[in-house]
Design a protein around this ligand. Sequence first.
Ligand code: IMP
Ligand code: MG
Length: 183
Amino acid sequence: MMHNDIERVLLSEQELAARIREIAGEINRDYAGQSLMLISVLRGSFIFMADLVRCLTISCTVDFMAVSSYGKKSKSSGAVQITKDLSDDIAGKNILIVEDILDSGNTLSYLMKTLSARSPRSMRLCTLLDKPSRRTKPVEVHYRGFVVPDEFVVGYGLDYAERYRNLPYIGILKPQVYGGEGK
Ligand code: IMP
Ligand code: MG
């Protein structure tokens, strides 16, 4: 039973929903009268993206991309690779990158550098979770859901070894599940 692998619930369904409504309100105000292209970084942000866009009232489009992630390990390897690129062109558009969690900053600093080279009109980052204690690369965040402690979290799209994404809340995984290795 999946829930038995969770040490404790960090963010409940209700807390997530309330905060996402607030963030969407900010985005609606900031982009009033403009159009916005939301870019979901797969796979972790798919649930956040789905809930966020349904709270937006501005004119927007969605696109998806995937970058290499931790795989079965809970620590970043440092190397980043685009495994699925966007379908649409971003030149001249307002883009908002939608991410599940900002950890070392390695993935997003690479991604934002790559995307800014394609000349979007503007580029901002929206991350549901931020784990600032582990940052090694500086990344500018415009919309941040929650700051989280240095613990390995799963659920609401976030995985460990591709599992637990379907948990409706965000929970801290019991260290013995990933062999107690790192965080
Ligand atoms: P970064 O490149 O170190 O910032 O890592 C970003 C990516 O690592 C995220 O998009 C997640 O896929 C993954 N990640 C980092 N911390 C966690 C965690 O606590 N739980 C699940 N995935 C995580
Ligand atoms: Mg992941």
